[in-house]
Each structure stands twice: as structure tokens, then as C-alpha cells.
Design a protein around this ligand. Structure first.
Ligand SMILES: [Zn+2]
Length: 533
């Protein structure tokens, strides 16, 4: 055997493989050449081998964020960050400050506001006009399911009393029918479409650079992108050609409910056959079948506490043909479904798609699964549907409004990531930018149910935690499995891609609580160090 290029020794490697622990790892090219004890692997070193002494540090396989929005997260990193703003005055101050720092930006852009930070939970254009009236302002809500615009912004977007609500969306209106400045669900897309039309390729490249830097620093070596558009895909392809992609991207193309599903599926299949490299591939389609609980836009079997009882964005009559067409085209299907009714509709569609052939190799998936009906939980395993969940959305610090909107016993059985039976493949992600993209706080919540935002908060009673080893597997090998990559990456085994992360803390020794303060020391992707603290 030829001596390896690099040898990492004196580590504590959690491999997520059949042999879960190792002390040393050898890298040749972009692959793992050997793994084992210091003595075994150390004996492979030759005169040209670079030896890295890890000094006993803890190492995990590179983390895969199983639900991510790559360019949106990069965009968010470049906007006014409102997530910690506690009230309207602070939001107004932060928006003004960003506007002063970015005098040339055509729009004043922010993200991350919470309904709970705004009087009555009802944002208005006048509230933003008080801060800035002479430039257009648009602020995405933290969950990206609502947008908030000032008066000039509404004018530029062409949204007036005469504008009809788009399918699956609402332009919130006052008593006279005039837009209040809040846009919900598919109405937000009116603004996003406008921004997409004025975003330059160089701005897209900047966003990608910003998010790749942040991912490397967070120990994330792969992401499953959940709502790709073509210009963003081209930005990723430019980075791949330039050799600057430092995270692997598995992408789902967003299908829209008001366009012909067959054409959209054909377009997605064409992209999937064109983009299929170890760094960048299009694996499937994404369908957003309902909204969210916080804004009472999720599709529920019973109404919300305020009486709201909206339909699904994709009712079965349109969901069914789209799912059957995408399945027949060999595309993985990811359905966003949060409310118990949306989850049931999604499972029904997958059941029909897989009835003939049994669970397919396509690994269809449901995203979020915040409130499944107990009767549907066993169907994930039976149908072979991947359960993709985001512990960070269950942070106790942001659960008050969520709980109030449900208003009854339903709120005690949310985010059931331990209720799924053993035959269900559970994968973990952050849904950044709806939540921070940092992977370790997300795993902290998975393994403790405590808050990463407010350490004083206790875990909600009765919500079981994931074992640390299980949480790590769901974020590595299982997440790789969810995009059919388990033979190539996700665990540390000879022959697989050398994607791994060195941490300054060993949570198996220090306990899962230590994940909140653990820091990434080094991130290696394809054998190359892409981040070093
Ligand atoms: Zn998402």
C-alpha cells in the first residue's frame, strides 16, 4: 500500500459506522485510506506523509444538514438580523442601522422578526414607515412564511387594494381592503420573485461564499437544499467549476401549486440528469403542502385555537398527480407538511405512489412533521418515508406562540422525534435561514430538549430526548442515506469520502449539554481542510 498523504492520529473518532470508535485516520486524495488504532494506522506513514496530532480531540463524520436553504441562508447572513429583537422599537432601530450601512442597496432588507415581538402580533406598513419611509423595506419573518413591507415597498411590488390574493397566500388587508403590509405564505413569494428578478449573479456568488464560510465553521460538510431555483443552481455550478465549493449540495427543485405539475417535473428531471456530481446534484423536487403553526396556516384536522382552519396549499386533487409524476420520473419527493392533516395527505400520496412497487429506492420524505396525528406515526416506517425534522424549531424559547395557537392537548405531542418507530429513518436539519445554521446547538436540542437561546428554560415536560449517539447518526450517516449517499459518505470508513469535523469537546464524556458550548476546531471535506479555528 502506498503511504497516505495525511494521517490524523491521537483522536477520538466517532465513526457512525459498524465499528463506532477509532484512534487514527489516514487520508489519500479525497478518500479515507485507513481507520483504526494509532499503532495500526501509524504504521502506514511514509516519509511524505503529513501527520496531524489531534491531542485526544473528538472527531465526528462531517455533518449533513438534511433540510437547508443554501442561497437563502447566504442572503440572510447579509441582511439585518432581527431574530433577537425583543420589540418594535428594536426592530426599527436595527432596520435604520442596516439602511445607513448599506446606502446603495435598492431595498432595505432584514430577516428573522418574530410575531411575538410586534404589538398584537400584527405587523403594519406604518410601523416600518416610522423607521424608513423614503426607501423600500422588506423584512422576512423568522419562519419565512410571512413578509413585512413598508408603504413604498408595497408600491414598488405593485401590491394594492386591487391585487388579488395569490393561490395559497394572503395579502393581509385592513377594514377598507388596503394591504396592511403583511404578506402570508405564497403572497411572500410576490416579494421574493421581485428580489430574484433584481439579484445579480455576482450577488448570488457573494451569498454562496458567505454561507459556505459559515457552514465550514459550523462543521457542516453537506446540505440537502430544499427549494432550489435555477439561478441559484448556476451559482453553485460556477463555484464547483472554480473549485470553491466546500460543502456538498443535494438539491430539490421547488414545485409551485399554480403551474402545470408535469412541465415542472420534466424540467426538474432534466436538471437531475445534468447535475449529478459528488459535489453538486439535483436529487428531487420539493412541495410545500401547508404553512406553519405560528401563523395558523398549517393544515389541521381540527381548527386552531383562534378558529382558523385553512386548507392545504396542495390539496389531494393537485398533490396526487404531482407526486405520481415525480415518482415516475425517478425524482425523490420532499413534502413540507407540518399540520396533522397535511402530514396525512402527504402519507396518502406516497402510499398511492408506492402501492404497486412497495417502498421505492427513491427515499421520499416529509419535512418538519411538527404535529402528526398519533394514528399516522407508524406509517412512516411502513411506507419507507424518511422523517426529516428540525430540533431547533422546537426550542422552548420560541414555543409559547406555537403552543397558544394549538391551544389544547395537541401541543403536548409536537415534534415527536422519538415517537417514530425504529424502522423509520429520522434525519436532522436546521431549515436555515428559518433558524441558525449552527449544527451543534441543533444536536444539543435533539439530545436535551432544552433551549439553545435561553439556558434558564427547562425542557418541556414529557418530551423524550434522543440518545447522543442516535442524534449524531441522524445528522451524519442517516442524513447521507436520505439522499442515497450512504455508500460514499456519512460515516468514517475506509474508501468513503474524507469528510469529518474535529471538535474541542467530547460530548460522550462531558454529556450532551456540552454540545451547546462545543466548538469546531477543524473541518475537512474531501480530504481538504476547509476551516481551522
Ligand atoms: Zn425549509
Amino acid at each position: 500500500m502506498v503511504a497516505p498523504e495525511t494521517l490524523y492520529r491521537r483522536g477520538r473518532f466517532f465513526t457512525a459506522g459498524d465499528a463506532p470508535w477509532a484512534e487514527a485516520l489516514a487520508v489519500d486524495g479525497d478518500r479515507i485510506a485507513a481507520l483504526g488504532s494509532d499503532d495500526e494506522v501509524g504504521a502506514l506513514a511514509g516519509p511524505g506523509t503529513e501527520v496531524v496530532d489531534l491531542g485526544g480531540a473528538f472527531v465526528v463524520p462531517g455533518i449533513t444538514d438534511a433540510h437547508f436553504h443554501t442561497l437563502m441562508a447566504g442572503d440572510a447572513l447579509r441582511r439585518a438580523d432581527l431574530v433577537h429583537a425583543k420589540d418594535l422599537a428594536e426592530i426599527q432601530r436595527l432596520v435604520r442601522a442596516w439602511a445607513d450601512e448599506n446606502p446603495d442597496s435598492p431595498w432595505v432588507l432584514g430577516r428573522g422578526w418574530l410575531h411575538s415581538s410586534i404589538p398584537s402580533g400584527a405587523p403594519s406598513r406604518q410601523m416600518l414607515d416610522e423607521a424608513i419611509a423614503d426607501r423600500p423595506v422588506f423584512l422576512d419573518a423568522n419562519d419565512l412564511h410571512s413578509g413585512w413591507v413598508n408603504t413604498l415597498g408595497l408600491e414598488l411590488l405593485g401590491i394594492s387594494a386591487d391585487t388579488p390574493d395569490p393561490a395559497g397566500g394572503e395579502i393581509v388587508r385592513d377594514g377598507d381592503g388596503a394591504p396592511t403590509g403583511e404578506l402570508k405564505e405564497m403572497a411572500v413569494v410576490l416579494a421574493w420573485d421581485h428580489f430574484a428578478s433584481i439579484t445579480s449573479d455576482s450577488e448570488r456568488d457573494e451569498r454562496l461564499r458567505a454561507v459556505l464560510r459559515a457552514l465550514a465553521a459550523a462543521g457542516v460538510t453537506s446540505v440537502v437544499d430544499m427549494a432550489l431555483n435555477v439561478p441559484d443552481l448556476y451559482a453553485m455550478a460556477r463555484a464547483e467549476r472554480a473549485g470553491t465549493l466546500t460543502a456538498r449540495i443535494r438539491a430539490h427543485v421547488l414545485l409551485l401549486p399554480d403551474r402545470d405539475p408535469m412541465t415542472q417535473v420534466e424540467d426538474a428531471a432534466a436538471l437531475a440528469s445534468r447535475y449529478a456530481s459528488p459535489w453538486l446534484s439535483v436529487v428531487g423536487v420539493k412541495i410545500v403542502s401547508d404553512g406553519v403553526i405560528d401563523a395558523c396556516t398549517a393544515a389541521m384536522l381540527r381548527p386552531f385555537s383562534n378558529g382558523a382552519h385553512p386548507p392545504a396549499i396542495w390539496e389531494p386533487d393537485i398533490l396526487r398527480p404531482a407526486v405520481l409524476a415525480a415518482d415516475a420520473a425517478g425524482l425523490q419527493i420532499a413534502i413540507h407538511a407540518i399540520g396533522d392533516r397535511a402530514i396525512r395527505i402527504a402519507l396518502d400520496a406516497f402510499e398511492e405512489a408506492t402501492r404497486e412497487k412497495g417502498a421505492t429506492s427513491l427515499r421520499h420524505r416529509i419535512e418538519h412533521i411538527e404535529l402528526p396525528d398519533p394514528a399516522d406515526i407508524s406509517r412512516f416506517g411502513e411506507l419507507g418515508v424518511t422523517a426529516s425534522m428540525q430540533p431547533v424549531h422546537a426550542d422552548p424559547a420560541i414555543r409559547d406562540n406555537w403552543t397558544a395557537m394549538l391551544g389544547d392537548e395537541r401541543s403536548t405531542r409536537g415534534f415527536p422525534w422519538t415517537a417514530l418507530d425504529a424502522s423509520t429513518r429520522l434525519v436532522l436539519g436546521t431549515d436555515a435561514p428559518t433558524a441558525p445554521l449552527e449544527a451543534l446547538p441543533n444536536l444539543f436540542i435533539a439530545a436535551t430538549r432544552r433551549s439553545a437561546l435561553d439556558r434558564s428554560l427547562p425542557a418541556p415536560p414529557g418530551e423524550p430526548t434522543l440518545a447522543l449517539e442516535a442524534a449524531l447518526r441522524h445528522a451524519t450517516i442517516d442524513a447521507a442515506w436520505s439522499c442515497r449517499d450512504e455508500g460514499e459518505r456519512g460515516s468514517l470508513e475506509p474508501g468513503k469520502l474524507a469528510d469529518f469535523v474535529v471538535l474541542d469537546t467530547d460530548p460522550f464524556h462531558e454529556g450532551p449539554d456540552s454540545l451547546l458550548d462545543a466548538r469546531v476546531v477543524r473541518t475537512v471535506v474531501g480530504g481538504r481542510t476547509v476551516f481551522e479555528a
